[in-house]
Design a protein around this ligand. Structure first.
Ligand code: 13P
Ligand code: ZN
Length: 276
């Protein structure tokens, strides 16, 4: 099968375009990766090449030894993925130690995987272990309203989770475990990857202050849906904060406890603190 005809490649391209249409991917902003299933690799194996050099990942991910990923390229624009996928995305293989990768398909103009590869792969390693291989998608986007909030809210998991839960009744059902926040750091390296992947042990979404967000999920729909839900909630919060200094009414801690019973989700009490 041609790589571009594979269902997972089509799903990946559609998600990249959906993100662009949302306004989350100015210029080369954001990146996406998918851990390819063994049977999907088998379908396209005759299209892969194994003659390119191994390159350092920039961190160690032994739990991903031998895995293949479809990833967006560094410096590539999400808006171009749909018109020229072979140049803007590529398939990489991780070596048997989890320290190097090589390009097996795509990046036809000599491109390379995203500069956030360390964070993508460290997040994948955590999620593969933690979900018994269920999670396959890691997505980074420059979500406007979420970024705006990192200038005015305290940068804690508790405050961000609680404020975003309050803005839309579906939020605690979509991300009952809450979400994490990383204070401003230099992007693109191992250090921010380590901090992000630590939070991915607890959460499926992590906000990078003054930068954007990372989400993890089983498939393209769930991962895009998580990003979309959080960013929508952030948009409502920005509107609410712009309209009035204080909310007149909101969803209360007891309302959340009732919701938890009704929707059979566990909502950690540390997010249901009393406010003055
Ligand atoms: P890349 O172009 O290397 O993917 O970087 C974009 C980005 O969003 C960095 O955080
Ligand atoms: Zn970014």
């Amino acid at each position: 099968m041609k790589v571009l005809d594979a269902k997972f490649v089509q799903g990946f391209i559609r998600m990249a375009d959906d993100g662009f249409q949302q306004g989350w991917h100015e210029r080369n902003g954001g990146n996406l990766s998918y851990r390819i299933k063994d049977e999907e690799v088998d379908e396209i194996r005759d299209q892969l090449s194994y003659d390119r050099e191994w390159m350092p990942i920039g961190t160690e991910v032994p739990g991903l030894a031998g895995e293949y990923f479809l990833v967006t390229g560094t410096g590539k624009y999400f808006r171009n993925v749909i018109i020229d996928p072979e140049t803007n995305i590529g398939i990489i293989e991780v070596d048997d130690k989890g320290v190097n990768y090589r390009i097996c398909w795509g990046f036809t103009d000599g491109g390379r995987p995203t500069s956030e590869l360390p964070t993508h792969l460290m997040n994948h390693e955590v999620k593969k272990r933690q979900t018994n291989g269920k999670h396959r998608v890691i997505y980074h986007a420059h979500t406007t309203n979420t970024i705006a909030l990192t200038f005015v809210l305290p940068l804690t998991d508790e405050v961000f989770t609680r404020e975003l839960w309050e803005m839309a009744t579906e939020c605690p059902v979509v991300f009952p475990e809450g979400l994490g926040v990383v204070g401003w750091m230099v992007p693109g390296g191992r250090e921010i990857a380590v901090e992000t992947s630590k939070l991915m042990e607890k959460y499926n979404a992590v906000i990078w202050a003054h930068h954007g967000m990372f989400c993890s999920g089983e498939d393209f729909d769930l991962t895009f849906g998580l990003m979309h839900t959080i960013e929508k909630s952030a948009e409502i919060l920005v509107k609410v904060m712009s309209m009035a200094p204080k909310k007149l009414q909101t969803i209360t801690p007891d309302d959340f406890r009732k919701l938890a019973v009704g929707f059979k989700v566990e909502l950690p009490e540390r997010f249901l603190y009393e406010k003055e």
